[in-house]
Design a protein around this ligand. Sequence first.
Ligand SMILES: Cc1ncc(COP(=O)(O)O)c(C=O)c1O
Length: 378
Amino acid sequence: MLLVSAPILGVPEKLALSKVIDSGWLTMGERVRAFEEAFADIHGAEDCVAVGSCTAALHLILHALGVGPGDEVLVPSLTFVATANAVLYVGATPVFVDIESTDVPLMSIEEAETRCTLRTKAVILVHFAGYLANREQWQRFARARGLHIIEDAAHAPGLREVGTFGAAAAFSFYGNKNLTTAEGGAVIARDPALLDRIRQARGHGMTTGTHQRLNSRTPQYDVTMLGFNYRMDELRAAIGLVQLENLQEWNEIRRILAVLYRRLIAERCPAVTIPFAEPRTSAHHIMPILLPRYATRQAIIDELRTQGIQTTIHYPPVHQMTFYRRLFPNTNLPRTEDFAQRELTIPLHPQITSPVAEAVVTALATALDGCARAGTAA
Ligand SMILES: Cc1ncc(COP(=O)(O)O)c(C=O)c1O
């Protein structure tokens, strides 16, 4: 089965893991610190904090910014559920905002304006599929209203602009991401005081960690805030350090494949549209396409599956999930809903070769022909 995404793991990762095991120290230590420095460096940031997941990163950022009960946070619904969940974790209210259009499926600034109230404290921008939101427009929007900008950069590691929009950016190193540590995440924040609060909250609010105490030979520590256990460990950091060396090259292969897919799909499946028609900076995390209205998505999914090609959907909208429908009934986001009904994600990862991309598009064209014929027959 050709998977939508697949990690690249090999001998360097195995060797790195063996070294950690041989060292006898598995929990957060020197490798986590080295990973933080290297990850910050590729983003042109002074520092960063490695954590257990992007979900933890989002939670820590909101917590450190003091967002809490009574506050509202603007979020897209076209995202993974973790974006909205993090807002609920701190007791604040996520306010769902529609996308700009099916061509630009990022949070609409006009819609965001209409959803702002005196309680709005922050906006979480998701760089959907790796394509960056418009930084200057959002900074103007946030400045005029005194809002924090938080980037959910789960799809966009390795881009210099990421982490420069506002307060902080959260990254994911989950197994299907551009860079993986199996589970893992990181926070970039330019304000050292904010990053310090996040670092301390990551480890139970303690003033020192186990490894630091070992090195300084003092068992003393204090707890000066309510914290969490959101630490990364040495095994993950060791894999991350190896992966990081390849990130820029892998992102470039993703970009070349996305260009190839755009050309092949325009030629062979002209009824299919591809979001982000205008060039825009991207880490090309996934390859979303929009099926024509006559196509039955499930029939396309099934046909591709019989040909050994996995497809997925990004995303079933969060506001339509049972849990969120119960919490916020009557949320209507027509552009998000239309996009989500027609979206299909086709395989995109650095191990895909040109002939494989061609085979995917050929299979897509065949499946669409089948739908067109079924429609004519009906
Ligand atoms: C946009 C987005 N935000 C947040 C997350 C959560 O990431 P993690 O699994 O690292 O908590 C994901 C993961 O898929 C995501 O795609």
